[in-house]
Design a protein around this ligand. Structure first.
Ligand SMILES: Cc1cc2nc3c(=O)[nH]c(=O)nc-3n(C[C@H](O)[C@H](O)[C@H](O)COP(=O)(O)OP(=O)(O)OC[C@H]3O[C@@H](n4cnc5c(N)ncnc54)[C@H](O)[C@@H]3O)c2cc1C
Length: 495
């Protein structure tokens, strides 16, 4: 059997964070890296699929955080590449709330309900932050369909994160939907192209291995080895693990020795959010379309039941496509049933809103993020009440030579594409720093090793901290940077 391949760094996962991490390493001279990706493509949770000729973004769709004091790096890249985007204004959704009889709830009533829900959400956040464990007053618990619909968009969309939301504070409050034939993933291919060989628009570099499902990670202080599902073994000095928090919480990857308790407890503490965008194609449009009509809500007595709708007219004119978003338990329920059942439910909801005579959808696309064993979630959420600084520290802290990356490791921007992008960069910077330290330590160790016999034979007292003063370099050469870099498999560029 061939001996296992050896690299300086193995990167597990070719989503945004994995590709960014690899790019930073390559740019800093770590050329013998290896990216192992379980699926047959790069991009992870950025994923475009053709749906009736339309590039449907099943995963990340929006570049959130635009127009603020700092520039969002993903927005910058999108602009540089000329990705087509559309501004999204969700604020009008609350004025387009349909009840089950198809009537739009008057804007005054909707605005009052919205204000009450925001006040109560802020109050309950404050209570939790102050450590209060009083149950919410019964008046603040949403009960009516309109209260439930507003509660859903507030908590599962607008206020799903701990305030203040760093994305909006740092990068601005505007959000743009990517609506480009090349897909959101195009920006990632362009990043990969900077350091991986491509031919005819495809990545053809053997340092990217697709369909390699990592099942075991063996880690020692001196290195790592991984075993993939197809029985191959890969060895490296270091490993960057960029799989989702859902995968970390699952049993897909076994660690040997097991991860320490502080790490596994931190992993278990993060909440997994499942977010499902269901695409529906119609023969013609029967819903109101135009300015301020892009988003609308359906108020049902079951929370989150086909509540949040988007007309794709802005993104794809004349496409006659609607997208309805489900989350968490509703997502899991729908993932588990046949698509025809989901289509039937969605049509009943649309007939409640727009009457019995509307045409049936001619096609449906239901992504399954929860049941995808390489994802097991759409994104991470930090719990509202917890010491999140400590938790984030433990989530991203390395274990032996395993470095953790991915959106969930981002201190300020978890859950977002820019969070994954910046996390990839941060992880590689931290790793490069540790590699440098290791080289310096080895250098001083080897100096001691090489100098001591020399001292013994000349019986000359030499200051070890100043090896340049040692004479007879032809006999007892101090190892050069090149030697050291070969010894620990590190490139000279990072020295
Ligand atoms: C439905 C949905 C909507 C979203 N909407 C937005 C949005 O509008 N705006 C926004 O900014 N963000 C959004 N996000 C979040 C955003 O997509 C993610 O934060 C980001 O893409 C995560 O990148 P990552 O590199 O951390 O992880 P991933 O993209 O998950 O990359 C990890 C990679 O690891 C691979 N992998 C997993 N297990 C293994 C294994 N055992 N061996 C080898 N490889 C493995 C996976 O296949 C994957 O390619 C959304 C996500 C989803 C799912």
């Amino acid at each position: 059997m061939d001996s296992p391949s050896h690299s300086s760094v193995i990167i597990v996962g070719a989503g945004v964070s994995g590709i960014c991490a690899a790019k930073v390493l390559a740019e800093n001279g770590v050329k013998d890296l290896l990216i192992l990706e379980a699926s047959d493509r790069i991009g992870g949770r950025i994923r475009k699929e053709k749906f009736r000729g339309l590039p449907a973004e099943l995963g990340a769709g929006w570049i959130a955080g635009v127009g603020g004091r700092e520039s969002n790096p993903v927005w910058e890249l999108a602009c540089k590449l000329g990705l087509r985007t559309c501004f999204s204004d969700y604020s009008n959704a609350r004025y387009n709330i349909y009840d089950r009889s198809g009537k739009i709830i008057p804007s005054g009533i909707a605005a009052d309900s919205y204000k009450r829900a925001v006040d109560s959400a802020i109050q309950s956040l404050r209570n939790q932050e102050l450590g209060g464990d009083e149950p919410p007053s019964s008046a603040s618990i949403p009960k009516t369909p309109i209260e439930l619909a507003i509660d859903f968009i507030l908590h599962d969309f607008e206020m799903a994160e701990v305030e203040p939301i760093s994305t909006f504070v740092d990068f601005g409050e505007r959000e743009f939907l990517v609506a480009d034939e090349r897909g959101f993933e195009y920006f990632l291919y362009k990043l990969a192209e900077d350091f991986l060989h491509t031919s005819e628009g495809k990545i053809s570099d053997s340092r990217l291995q697709l369909n390699k499902v990592v099942r075991e990670i063996h880690h020692l202080r001196s290195g790592v080895s991984v075993v993939t599902e197809d029985g191959y073994i890969y060895e490296a000095d270091y490993l960057i693990l960029s799989v989702s928090i859902g995968v970390l919480q699952s049993d897909l990857i076994t660690f040997n020795p097991p991860l320490p308790r502080w790490k596994s407890e931190a992993i278990e503490k993060l909440d997994l959010i499942v977010y499902t965008k269901i695409f529906l194609k119609f023969p013609h449009k029967f819903w109101p379309s135009g300015p301020e009509k892009e988003f609308f809500l359906y108020a049902h007595d079951r929370r989150g039941y086909y509540t949040f709708w988007q007309d794709m007219e802005n993104a794809y004119p004349d496409s006659n496509v609607l997208v309805v978003t489900l989350t968490n338990e509703e997502s899991k329920r729908v993932e588990a049933q046949p698509d025809e059942e989901t289509l039937k439910e969605a049509m009943e909801v649309l007939r409640d809103m727009f009457g019995p005579d509307i045409p049936d959808a001619i096609d449906i696309l239901v992504p399954r993020w929860w049941n995808n064993r390489f994802q097991r979630c759409s994104y991470s959420n930090y719990p509202i009440v917890s010491n999140n600084n400590q938790l984030n520290h433990n989530i991203k802290a390395p274990v032996d030579r395993i470095y953790f990356s991915g959106e969930h490791t981002s201190e300020k921007f978890n859950g977002y594409v820019h969070g994954a992008y910046l996390a990839g960069i941060d992880t590689s910077k931290a790793l490069l720093e540790d590699m440098r330290k290791e080289i310096m330590e080895r250098k001083s160790e080897s100096q001691t090793l090489f100098i001591e016999p020399f001292i013994a034979c000349t019986d000359k007292v030499t200051n070890l901290s100043q090896p340049d003063t040692v004479s007879s370099p032809h006999k007892c050469d101090i190892p050069t940077k090149k030697y050291l870099s070969r010894k620990v498999g590190l490139p000279e560029a990072i020295l």
